[in-house]
Design a protein around this ligand. Sequence first.
Ligand SMILES: NC(=O)c1ccc[n+]([C@@H]2O[C@H](COP(=O)([O-])OP(=O)(O)OC[C@H]3O[C@@H](n4cnc5c(N)ncnc54)[C@H](O)[C@@H]3O)[C@@H](O)[C@H]2O)c1
Ligand SMILES: [Zn+2]
Ligand SMILES: [Zn+2]
Length: 380
Amino acid sequence: MSSTSGQVIRCKAAVAWEAGKPVVIEEVEVAPPQAKEVRVKILFTSLCHTDVYFWEAKGQTPVFPRIFGHEAGGIVESVGEGVTDLKPGDHVLPIFTGECKECAHCKSEESNMCDLLRINTERGVMLSDGKSRFSIKGKPIYHFVGTSTFSEYTVIHVGCLAKINPSAPLDKVCLLSCGISTGLGAALNVAKPKRGSTVAVFGLGAVGLAAAEGARIAGASRIIGVDLNPRRFNEAKKFGVTEFLNPKDYDKPIQEVIAGMTNGGVDRSIECTGNINAMISAFECVHDGWGVAVLVGVPSRDDQFKTHPMNILNERTLKGTFFGNYKPRSDIPSVVEKYMNKELELEKFITHEVPFAEINKAFEYMLQGDSLRCIIRMGA
Ligand SMILES: NC(=O)c1ccc[n+]([C@@H]2O[C@H](COP(=O)([O-])OP(=O)(O)OC[C@H]3O[C@@H](n4cnc5c(N)ncnc54)[C@H](O)[C@@H]3O)[C@@H](O)[C@H]2O)c1
Ligand SMILES: [Zn+2]
Ligand SMILES: [Zn+2]
């Protein structure tokens, strides 16, 4: 038992008071974990574009004040009643979509959409009692996707924590808590390109480049990277992307350019932008008869996907995935082992590092399209 077990912890957290305004490092109170909950000391966190969308709240429902952050690594400080799988000192990765291990989805080999703990971007409270565990002078501060890792301590449902090898460096494997597993799984578990096939990846941020890495591991021979930001292309060469397309360089839809380059379309495409037009292009650029498109990007609340039904009748398949179809507790420990065995490189995704006090820089780097991942060091 740690000395803080059962007590309120006062610590630093980055609070987003208003949409799009710099987050402010505040002293917050973190309540002890309730039944089936775990309080985690976060050591490293990073910024994913999903945090930025909900912080900007342009096309999303605003929930403020809120503590964002969902890509992180930490150590269990204390556990609530009924938690048997984790104990203080365990190393964990928080995951924004959980695994209760009991519902029909958790029991299905095909799904990771847990009934109880699937991603919910609008809920800002804990499931058990509908309350927040964070407060400042008695005023609640809302959670984000059940993780809120931009805090030195956070409270998370036990089903949203993957217990990992304690010798794995948390400043690297924290990336597996969202973006890299998502992209990798979108390729390996969902798109499943065949050896020698051609794959298009839309959006060459960390998620898209992890998808390219997955396509390379699966044996794809051509990987076509599509991005509006030409600075991404140099970086992308390290990830097995073989050709680059900037839609701005063409006066016809990029799906037509791709069809022209590939004898009618790619075998697989993976969309990692969050832009509705890129989602439609990603679907329409796959070959008829066998092509499969996978959507990964998080759309705006009011987006509508529009394509002619003939594109589907012509035997194209459209799929989508959260977290690359990985089940967080069952599958992520072995993805961490892939890094430990050097089958997967994470260092090349890390373009920046900042101390927690400078967390707003991580937002700037992402908004300017300069960073893949920026590691934020807590307690520094
Ligand atoms: N489904 C999931 O489980 C899941 C998990 C993590 C992230 N995401 C989503 O994946 C997406 C990528 O995340 P990221 O952290 O890599 O973001 P990022 O900002 O680092 O990368 C996105 C890239 O897409 C490019 N882009 C934007 N619009 C485009 C367009 N119309 N055509 C081509 N390229 C375009 C940008 O220039 C950028 O390089 C985001 O939408 C994020 O919310 C989804
Ligand atoms: Zn994410
Ligand atoms: Zn479940």
